[in-house]
Design a protein around this ligand. Structure first.
Ligand code: DON
Length: 381
């Protein structure tokens, strides 16, 4: 990455982008031949069910997931990943939020939380750091629970932008101000939907929800919060743009501030593993037993993580791991292993898209060795 990490690299990307013509139903209908022969694309949820409308979505009794290997195998491979990747020297610590630049690039923590609450850790798994963008799937889950997953989808969008996490173009391009809740625009919009008619009421909702995912009371890292607040102009710009497009449901500055607060929550790799495991355990926190969100909401959150959790490199990530993941610029990453648990890593040096280098290597290694890839199958015998 360049001198001021992330913004320069991302600025270059933005310069090169052009606005593609959306393949909307309107643009297709303009061609009479197409209109006659091809139905315009439409979200599945808009199709009418002809008879006996289905009850609200729910989990089937049947699920497609299994369980982790034995405890000793998991611990050996977690230790093995730590040994293997601790010496990797690539990537740069983010400094566009000045407080993040103080992170120790050698810190490297790994933790797997199994769905039954067992923990397998190596390295600095208890080192605190700010959650940053890893807050996004948890916020989205809480908003889905509060307003319903269909309303959340309709208001925020769930399609990948293929663009950097702080892209303004992603919001303008859709023509409707839609992106997805894994990028800054969608996450700020989601924050504005938090229940409550004051900043403090909304914050109480967000803080309580995140703490339930972690199974302990979380606190803000006040140094990171102050640092990001002082350098947050691009997020305020995104919030104002959303507001102009009627895609924000509260005051732009307050919504951005609440988003910044949640990004500044201090967590550890161990916390994140349990939070990820909650998303992979039908919304039930494996240690506290708290049912934080409904099972069906986890499915929707994981779907958006798969398509957009690592921004413009989400395809590379899915190809390599076959699992939903989410990164943050402080160097944390989560990988959700549906039915089995959650993996979290902490290692501050990032690639150009803002994703932890050692975190990605660890997730790929453990996905392969622990047999976690959701797309894996064997020929029938
Ligand atoms: O809004 C920001 O720029 C940060 N609070 C979070 C960005 C982030 O973590 C992107 N992730 N890789």
């Amino acid at each position: 990455m360049g001198e001021a990490h992330l913004p320069i690299a991302l600025g270059k990307v933005l310069e090169m982008q052009t606005t593609p013509r959306p393949l909307t139903s309107r643009s297709r209908a303009a061609s009479p031949r197409l209109a006659e022969s091809v139905s315009p694309p439409s979200p599945l949820s808009t199709y009418q069910t002809p008879v006996n409308p289905a009850p609200p979505p729910t989990n089937s009794d049947w699920v497609s997931t299994g369980h982790l290997p034995t405890q000793s195998v998991v611990q050996q491979l977690v230790d093995g990943a730590h040994q293997r990747f601790a010496g990797v020297g690539e990537g740069e610590v983010a400094d566009y939020i000045p407080a993040l630049a103080a992170a120790n690039p050698d810190h490297f923590g790994i933790c797997i939380a199994a769905s039954d609450g067992q923990l397998f850790a190596a390295g600095q798994a208890e080192q605190p750091f700010s959650i940053q963008s890893i807050s996004k799937p948890f916020l989205f889950a809480l908003i889905c629970q509060a307003i319903g997953e269909d309303a959340a989808k309709e208001k925020l969008g769930v399609n990948s932008t293929g663009l950097p996490f702080n892209s303004v173009l992603a919001v303008e391009r859709s023509g409707e101000g839609l992106s997805n809740p894994m990028v800054n625009a969608g996450a700020i919009a989601a924050t504005s939907l938090a229940p409550g008619d004051s900043a403090e009421a909304k914050w109480a909702f967000i803080e309580a929800g995140f703490s339930r995912f972690a199974g302990r009371q979380l606190e803000i890292d006040s140094t990171v919060y102050a640092s990001e607040r002082a350098t947050n102009q691009s997020n305020v710009g995104i919030a104002n743009l959303l507001s102009a497009q009627e895609r924000l449901w509260f005051d732009p500055e307050i919504s951005t501030d609440l988003y910044t607060r949640q990004c500044s929550l201090s967590i550890t790799t161990r916390d994140l593993a349990l939070m990820a495991a909650t998303l992979g355990n039908g919304g039930r926190q494996p240690v506290s037993g708290d049912q934080v969100v409904d099972p069906v909401i986890c499915q929707h959150v994981l779907a958006v993580m798969v398509t957009a959790g690592l921004y413009e490199t989400s395809g590379d990530w899915l190809y390599d791991t076959g699992l939903p993941g989410k990164s943050g610029v402080s160097g944390g990453m989560i990988t959700v292993i549906p039915g089995k648990g959650g993996l979290a890593t902490y290692s501050p040096p990032l690639d150009d898209a803002g994703n932890s280098v050692r975190g990605q290597l660890t997730a790929q290694f453990l996905s392969e060795r622990l047999g976690l890839n959701l797309f894996a199958s064997r020929p029938a015998t």
